[in-house]
Design a protein around this ligand. Sequence first.
Ligand code: ADP
Ligand code: MG
Ligand code: ZN
Length: 559
Amino acid sequence: MITKEEKILQTYFGYETFRPGQQETIDNILQTKNTLAVMPTGGGKSLCYQIPGLSLDGTAIIISPLISLMKDQVDALNSLGIPSTFINSSLSTAEQHERLRNLENRRYKFVYVAPERFDSASFVNAVKRIPLSLVAFDEAHCISQWGHDFRPSYRSIVPNLKQLSNIPVFMALTATATEEVISDIQSLLHIEKDCVINTGFERENLSFHIVKGKDKAIYIRSFLQEHKEESGIIYTATRKQADALYEQLTRREIAAAKYHAGLTEDERKHSQAAFIQDEKTVMIATNAFGMGIDKSNVRYVIHYAMPMTIESYYQEAGRAGRDGEPSDCILLFSPQDVQLQKFLIEQSQMDDEAKRAEYRKLQAMINYCHTHSCLTTFILDYFNDTAHTETCKRCSNCMNRQERSDITEEAQMILSCVKRMGERFGVGMTAKVLKGSNDKKINQFGLNKITTYGILSAYTEKELTEWIHFLVAEKFLDTEEGKFPTLKLNQESIDILKGRKKVWIYTAPIPTNGETDYHAELFQILRALRKKMADEKKVPPYVLFSDATLKELSRYFPD
Ligand code: ADP
Ligand code: MG
Ligand code: ZN
């Protein structure tokens, strides 16, 4: 026998079965238990309030910080014959009054509003007077100061809402599942532990990739060459980057649109529509674009630069593949990205504690870019999602697991160098000391006198930097958060130093995508060759290629 709710699912929405978590969430709401639904982007959170809203008597109030998405949702409901509306600042005053009157006359099953609407006494009074089915907080992570889009105005309406006696049940929906956010929402809305429906996070159709050491613009051009027909988003870190990339691509007659907060509302509307209706295949945007946009056939999301946190990365990347088809999420990493994010944190108005929290999140993001473990697993672990398999077999790290080399000895040298430096310095200084650089600061601190000075001079500073980042990413070494994170040994470090644990790195096969970008590959081959020859013949690598040679080469072969 099918339930009343399944019947609604089939007759109104035309879907056969519920997705994970939907049925449970809906059941809870029907039993008037306050509920938090944590589901990945595209997981189907809207139906979790739409179905009980239809099933119950009265009007459902949906609070969402995203004015841009209300219209689409409301249009969709109305087209299914479900009387719905939104009331927000995009409407004329007359129109707002009209809709308020309809609300009072109990005409709507669903009313979408932004949190600010509750500052309006006439709206609150109307809400007080009518029978309600439920109140839903969509994008509920914005309520929490731990969420990545914290909106104080969103949080501040909660106590007032709890005063209203005619709200039978509250629900909260989000794709952010960090423990802090979950427990914050729980305590704010009085949600019992067993009313947190967390479906897990894995999006099995998404493949994550990290691309390093390539010219980003060239990479994107050759990628777009191969994905001409497909729809995708390229996120840049700044408006300036977005403008420049847009300029470059449209000059090459690529059908691109752009979106950022520096454009007029009209321009933004226009380019969003062009992208959604597939007139333009590529959307170049800052993170101002995308929250709540329901475009199902996005085949790739490329990050032109590393975002600040895994939360925002996963949310933005997650806009790919909402239709469940295989899609790619590619992060183009360069060390400068880290500098930019640090700059943004420093510039912000946050107090020191909040800044430290941001640095902690940033460090996790940096680790993501340097780990050799499965990227999917890395993300899911970050969200404390344990319901997943060991490795995804589709991310770039899983794909690159062809060859591995033992770098235990090098790791030991790095770790003992950290120790000899008194655990008081960061990645950059440590790499310089290992390299034996002639640096003013090094001499100042007397670091040129310690026994590990120059101990890995056979490698480039860049390689050493990469290895240290790798050790941090794999938690073989700790960092203390802050603008200049200092390296600290941990238990794993000790185990490695004592020879109780080995350190392996995975080396990628030389990729062959696109003929335009072979320089970097050639350089990689030379470097690998250098290492291999050194390993086998047991001669120091610099005998084979001097640093000067490598430096000269790297001018021609941008890395
Ligand atoms: P979220 O808000 O969680 O990101 P949405 O509610 O926008 O996701 O839903 C994403 C897509 O999945 C929509 O196109 C929606 O119609 C579809 N969807 C939701 N539930 C189901 C279901 N049970 N079966 C099939 N498709 C569904
Ligand atoms: Mg949603
Ligand atoms: Zn993987």
